[in-house]
Design a protein around this ligand. Structure first.
Ligand SMILES: NC(=O)c1ccc[n+]([C@@H]2O[C@H](COP(=O)([O-])OP(=O)(O)OC[C@H]3O[C@@H](n4cnc5c(N)ncnc54)[C@H](O)[C@@H]3O)[C@@H](O)[C@H]2O)c1
Length: 268
């Protein structure tokens, strides 16, 4: 069992977050809280997990709410600790893409919303998750000093490698901020045995990227796919598996890392 503890996954109603929830269950996690704005997406993720589990039991709590709302986030995390006694892993996937526009053509409201969801939401979740994890009893084999929890934030290669005619500066800046937050929290909470890492996906086939499967949007990505050495979209599961690794004991010395999962896009 890679993941015997208690997990929180945000943005679990769709795409990468939904795939991460299933991957966690397949890695042995049996106590999960899944959060998202979209309650029907959460229900679907839980149904998919139940289908996989068949007769096996798992406690899967659904929490509908907005990760930019500090009251929701604090209640979410304290609720997990009340119910399960601890929180061991968190994967923060909730995010938005927003319109593709350069700042001179962009709407300030869109900028603020993107920064709020992608950065502030991740900041609030990290803070509440770390606060809960600091109370955990340190665990781990004797030769590895006490581990109390692991957090994975979902950034983007655009957070350090923006490309022309692609998502907005606000999206790129919000993801750069997620990378900086990850590294700052990793530095600050290492003494408490909390690992904080992030994943920088390239282009991944989800409703966010494809605009819910819009053929024009998909066609618009062809030049980008051609620049990817592996010449294809990533699958949500390929990001989810990286999150499983980073939360597992196999990554016990991986701290403040930005794991790029992009089919080679950023080396092209
Ligand atoms: N798909 C890609 O190509 C790609 C690439 C790089 C990074 N990412 C990042 O991966 C993460 C997951 O995106 P995805 O592609 O799976 O998209 P998605 O749209 O399929 O899933 C995102 C989920 O986040 C939820 N969400 C949005 N705002 C929220 C909020 N304020 N509170 C709670 N939930 C909220 C949505 O309802 C949705 O279910 C995002 O942070 C995204 O920026 C995606």
């Amino acid at each position: 069992m890679e993941l015997p503890g208690v997990a929180l996954i945000t943005g679990a109603g769709s795409g990468i977050g939904a795939a991460t929830a299933l991957a966690f269950v397949q890695a042995g996690c049996r106590r999960l809280t899944l959060a998202d704005l979209n309650s029907s997406g959460l229900e679907k993720t839980r149904e998919d997990i139940k289908r996989h589990l068949q007769s096996e039991e798992a406690e899967i709590v659904l929490a509908t709410g907005d990760t930019t709302d500090s009251v929701f986030v604090d209640k979410l995390v304290t609720g997990i600790v009340e119910r399960f006694g601890e929180l061991n892993y968190a994967v923060n996937c909730a995010g938005r893409l927003g319109p593709w526009a350069r700042p001179t053509d962009a709407d300030l409201g869109d900028h603020d919303l993107t920064m709020n969801v992608n950065y502030r939401g991740t900041y609030l979740c990290n803070t509440a998750e770390i606060r809960a994890m600091m109370k955990n009893k340190a665990t781990g084999p004797e030769d590895i000093p006490g581990q109390r929890g692991a957090i994975v934030n979902i950034a983007s290669t655009l957070g350090f490698n923006p490309i022309p005619n692609a998502p907005s500066a606000a999206y790129c800046a919000s993801k750069g901020a997620v990378i900086a937050l990850t590294r700052a929290n990793a530095a600050d909470y290492s003494p408490e045995g909390i690992r904080v890492n992030c994943i920088a996906p390239g282009l991944v086939d989800t409703p966010l990227a494809t605009r819910n499967g819009d053929p024009d949007a998909i066609k618009g990505y062809e030049p980008i796919i051609n620049m990817v050495p592996m010449k294809r979209w990533g699958r949500p599961r390929e990001v989810a598996d990286a999150a499983v690794f980073l939360c597992s004991g196999r990554a016990s010395f991986v701290q403040g890392h930005v794991l790029v999962v992009d089919g080679g896009f950023t080396i092209s």
